[in-house]
Write a protein that binds this ligand. Structure first.
Ligand code: NIG
Ligand code: FE
Length: 429
């Protein structure tokens, strides 16, 4: 496992080339090289091009081929590794009973208001040990990897107290150390109002700002700060107050915005220069235009709308109005218990009217941009981290078309083969 690898003869090398989010019509251009090849050295992409061109360049270099693993991708499409830029990866307990209540007609917010929902996961996460959370996290990461995810965002937010929020972020850091996937951490201390602060929301925001944020920032436990900006959860004013303090402490902004009610979260994201605003089911026309103007990535989570039976975010309208759209799973134990990139892709095609090309852009370079990482991952470009997926099919078009089933055959992480479906799945070193 030296990070040296050659992938050649790809029917489509879908490069998604670029180092920033693609906005509007730019999302349709995947910059495909037919009969493509990629050379990776020490975990980085060093050459990208037609197989015959790279072959002769390699021959001239007189390098020893024995130092490289070689994959012949004949009849297969090769893409950048997928980036799942919105997940609640680390949590204890599950909420299968809540899913049944929702089938019976109870709404997500009603369940939350009577002390269930997020708060029931808070209780389970507070009582779980770090070791238990790590074991759960590893299983989830393996599943994500099998679907082609090579970088994942992980939010805290099931502690709502200092000790447990820090525990969640420490667990994410440890998972980043021990698993192939890269993990980008987000501090979501303001995910819900805990029982002990009911009716004293401002005091809880003060606690997050004064008691938890300083330690998160000082120990660099998170790169982003997020908040559930929603009617009956945290107001626009509380969200602005927390996110500005977090920015001063060095944490970039994300928001759970306009998910259930059109509160003005999209507008706030634009005002604050957030890196992304997520959900956006109810975002207003003007909020969407302001996000496009401000360069805020619109991260859409169609599996959540599906699971909650809510209307889908207006992905088509957003792209047509110049937004950069990313797609993510929102993996969590309540509103959306799935890590399925194939399901997300199919829903985006069928219910958000995104084209297959836009879906691929939204899962790669734009998702990388949603994590402020578009300069290092999200495309197959020279100098970037060598994170690639190889499909069992000849075209990227199979991703949304192969409904809710993964088309990923192999995953390459930092120039090493880490998942190979034909040979039993995850490759352990
Ligand atoms: O993104 N909406 C708020 N937070 C999560 C759900 C978390 C949960 O239900 O546990 C979301 O949907
Ligand atoms: Fe979420």
């Amino acid at each position: 496992m030296n990070g040296n690898m050659i992938v050649k003869n790809a029917s489509e090398l879908v490069t998604c080339s670029g180092s920033a989010a693609k906005r509007g019509a730019e999302m349709a251009d995947l910059k495909i090289i037919t009969d493509g090849a990629v050379i990776m050295r020490e975990g980085k992409i060093t050459d990208v091009g037609k197989t015959d061109v790279l072959q002769s360049r390699f021959d001239e270099s007189k390098e020893d081929l024995d130092n490289f693993d070689i994959i012949d991708a004949t009849g297969r499409a090769v893409l950048p590794g997928f980036v799942d830029s919105h997940t609640h990866l680390v949590f204890g307990g599950y909420r299968a009973e809540e899913f049944a209540w929702r089938l019976r007609g109870d709404s997500y917010m009603e369940i939350m208001q009577r002390g269930g929902g997020i708060l029931s996961t808070v209780a389970a996460t507070r009582s779980a040990t770090a070791e238990e959370l790590i074991a759960l996290g590893l299983g989830r990461l393996n599943s994500m990897l099998s679907m082609g995810v090579t970088t994942v965002e992980a939010k805290s937010g099931y502690g709502l107290d200092r000790e447990t929020e820090i525990k969640q972020l420490e667990v994410a850091k440890e998972l980043d150390n021990i698993h192939y996937l890269d993990i980008v951490s987000t501090f979501l201390g303001a995910h819900a109002v805990p029982q002990e602060y009911k009716g004293r929301e401002d005091a809880f925001v003060d606690l997050i700002i004064e008691d938890v944020l300083p330690e998160v920032a000082e120990r660099r436990l998170a790169e982003f700060c997020d908040i559930f900006c929603e009617k009956n959860v945290f107001s626009l004013e509380q969200s602005r107050r927390l996110l500005l303090k977090a920015q001063q402490a060095g944490l970039k902004s994300k928001l759970h915005a306009d998910e259930i009610v059109a509160l003005g979260g999209a507008e706030l994201a634009a005002e604050l220069g957030a890196v992304s605003a997520d959900h956006l089911l109810q975002a207003s026309d003007s909020g969407i235009r302001q996000m496009a103007q401000a360069g805020v990535v619109a991260t859409l989570l169609p599996a959540t709308a599906f699971s909650l039976k809510e209307p889908y975010a207006r992905g088509r309208f957003m792209i047509d109005n110049g937004c950069a759209v990313a797609l993510a799973s929102d993996f969590n134990p309540g509103s959306c218990f799935t890590e399925s990139i194939p399901l997300v892709s199919a829903l985006a095609a069928l219910y958000m009217a995104l084209t297959p090309e836009e879906i691929i852009t939204a899962l790669t370079i734009n998702a990388a941009a949603a994590l402020d990482r578009a300069a290092v991952i999200g495309s197959i470009d020279q100098g970037k981290q060598a994170d690639l997926v190889i499909l069992e099919f000849p075209s990227y078009r199979f991703i949304p078309y192969h409904l809710a089933v993964s088309s990923v055959e192999m995953v390459i992480k930092s120039g090493n083969l880490v998942f190979d479906r034909q040979n039993g799945g995850i490759v352990y070193c």
